[in-house]
Ligand binder design. Structure first.
Ligand code: TEU
Ligand code: CA
Length: 575
């Protein structure tokens, strides 16, 4: 299977429907808004749009809690509008990928409603129910084990009616499916995969793709932190015993379902694991998924045991993590993604660049040069093309996210307002909160809602940076980050052999804490890439012999052999 696949050289633009464009003034983005803005997306030069969940949902986790896989959430529009949008995307020569959220559904889904109705309901075992371990002195039920939820507190939710707990690794109303049962898997495939393949989508972003297969003994997790009640349970369900069997089965379902020969883009969110796991998921011959999102490089600087605690990190840590996220494909038949932002991550210019007024645009452009120089399928998240920065100066009550508030409430209850844990939390939120990526898209500089909506109170406040950072002003400015991305994506296509498919990635001067230097190859060509992650002017040494020809960079009028300017990125061919 070495013949090139369209999705390897595609650039994907990720859309967060709630915050993209509101066309009816109710303060929520909608599908018509996406349709209206397709020319903007097309102009950027991307090939695919990936839409985050737009399905019917009570929105406890912004649509990652799905109540009906086959129905558009009424605020986003109708099914007909969605089918129309899919057709319009195709008419513009682009493709559509949708989110496949099947580790869990919403507690409002009819299957869960049935399952919770009684212990002998036919769908009882479609979810993961367990009796209490016992009852405490106040008569409160004790969860079956000590697993911690990603969103704070126990991963088990007590159900009054049938007096048992159900497992929910994420929010309280996101019950995990019991993937052990074949009838559950088939029902999931039919409704979430089959329904949308029949409507012509070109692929799926597979949510929580590594966690469907849980250790069926549900043992207590190892106590890594004795000061807390609930522990990190990852190893009891990340890349669990049957996960590859499940992916192979689902892949086959997809292949059988597509009748017009279209080739699907599948990308799994596989946050954690070893190189061996990653190779198995993405190796072409295994026939599971096309590529995966690794969390390595986006989690540098977070405590591995708890993300709302920052730890120091160096540029070397970041470099190694970037390599680790995609290096595993070298010499294999695997494929990888390249991304630095999504709806779960803060803004890259704030996290890895410098978002102060002097350097925001130039460092955002440098990160764009870095992104296009790496091997894999490139994903760009809405607002990244503007170099949008993180929110600044907000208090906790101004944030929305269930992950943030769940963990906040838990820390408050467990340690109190004045604890060191709370101090760490307050330090982490402005740096890594998911909400930095979720504010409404700044289309213009206009008050009050930046052209996102005619409502003065959209579902979520705007990032206060919109008067300076918005699409309208950037479209008209040839020097803008947006117009730079257009050039960058064009360069990536024109030089796709080395940029998209290059191999034998190698660092140079790895310990340098200002410079990120690497080479990679494609047949007889070599690429040398040099990035200055600082606001100083820095000398660099070319690590290999040959004549350098500059291919691309984020500074104009700079001699190709001169020292690197602040936040400069350059790509060279070496002959
Ligand atoms: O995220 C899965 C996941 O592992 C999260 O813990 C993610 O890493 C976290 O947001 C980072 O702190 C997916 C979706 O992308 C996310 O938006 C959902 O909230 C989550 O699944 C539950 O469906
Ligand atoms: Ca709307």
């Amino acid at each position: 299977e070495t013949k090139p696949k369209w999705w390897k050289e595609a650039t994907v633009y990720q859309i967060y429907p709630a915050s993209f464009k509101d066309t009816n003034g109710d303060g929520w983005g909608d599908l018509k808004g996406i349709t209206e803005k397709l020319p903007y997306i097309k102009r950027l030069g991307v090939d695919v749009i990936w839409m985050c969940p737009f399905y019917d949902s009570p929105q406890q986790d912004m649509g990652y809690d799905i109540a009906d896989y086959e129905k558009v959430w009424p605020r986003y529009g109708t099914n007909e509008e969605c089918f129309e949008l899919i057709d319009k995307v195709k008419a513009l020569g682009m493709k559509v990928v949708v989110d496949l959220v099947i580790n869990h559904c919403s507690a409002d889904h009819k299957w869960f409603q049935e399952s919770r109705s009684s212990k002998d309901n036919a769908k009882r075992d479609w979810f993961i129910w367990k009796p209490a371990k016992g009852f405490d002195s106040e008569g409160k039920p004790i969860p079956p084990n000590n697993w911690r939820s990603f969103f704070g507190g126990s991963a088990w939710e007590w159900d009054e009616k049938t007096q048992e707990f159900y497992l929910r690794l994420f929010a309280s109303k996101q019950p995990d499916f019991n993937w052990e049962l074949s009838e559950v898997r088939q029902a999931i495939y039919e409704t979430s995969v089959g329904f949308w393949l029949d409507r012509g989508v070109d692929g799926f972003r597979i949510d929580v793709g590594g966690m469907y297969s849980k250790d069926q003994n549900f043992p207590d997790a190892e106590v890594k932190d004795p000061t807390v009640e609930f522990q990190d349970p990852l190893k009891h369900f990340a890349n669990g015993p049957r996960i590859h069997e499940f992916h192979k089965e689902m892949h086959q379902f997809m292949v059988d379902r597509v009748t017009d020969g279209r080739e699907l883009l599948t990308v799994g969110e596989i946050g954690f694991g070893t190189e061996k796991d990653f190779v198995e998921y993405t190796s072409a011959k295994e026939r599971e998924i096309g590529m995966m999102f690794n969390f390595k490089h986006v989690s540098v600087g977070e405590d591995p045991n708890f993300k709302f605690k920052l730890v120091p990190f160096s540029l070397k840590d970041f470099k190694l993590a970037v390599a680790e996220s995609f290096q595993f494909i070298n010499g294999t038949d695997c494929w990888s993604t390249i991304y630095i932002e999504n709806h779960d991550q803060p803004r890259s210019v704030s996290r890895f660049g410098d978002d102060s007024p002097d350097w925001r645009a130039i460092s955002a452009k440098m990160l764009s040069v870095l992104e296009i120089s790496l091997t894999g399928t490139l994903f760009v998240y809405q607002g990244q093309e503007l170099g949008q920065p993180n929110i600044k100066g907000w208090t906790i009550d101004q944030y929305e996210d269930v992950e943030l508030h769940g963990n906040y409430d838990y820390i408050k209850k467990q340690f109190g307002e004045n604890s060191k844990e709370m101090k760490h939390f307050h330090e982490a939120v402005p740096v890594i909160s998911r909400d930095h990526a979720r504010t409404p898209f700044p289309w213009t500089a206009e008050n009050p809602s930046a052209g996102f909506s005619t409502s003065t109170t959209p579902w979520f406040a705007l990032n206060p940076s919109y008067p300076e950072v918005n699409a309208e002003s950037q479209l008209n400015d040839p020097q803008s980050v947006y117009n730079f991305w257009i050039k960058a994506l064009k360069i990536r296509k024109e030089h796709k052999n080395i940029l998209v498919y290059g191999y034998d990635f190698e660092f140079h001067d790895l310990d340098n804490d200002k410079l990120f230097l690497f080479t990679k190859k494609y047949e007889d060509k070599t690429l040398f890439a040099a990035f200055n992650f600082s606001s100083d002017i820095v000398e660099f040494t070319v690590p290999i012999d040959g004549k350098l020809t500059q291919l691309f960079g984020n500074y104009e009028d700079v001699d190709a052999s001169s020292p690197l300017q602040p936040w400069e990125g350059r790509l060279y061919y070496v002959f």
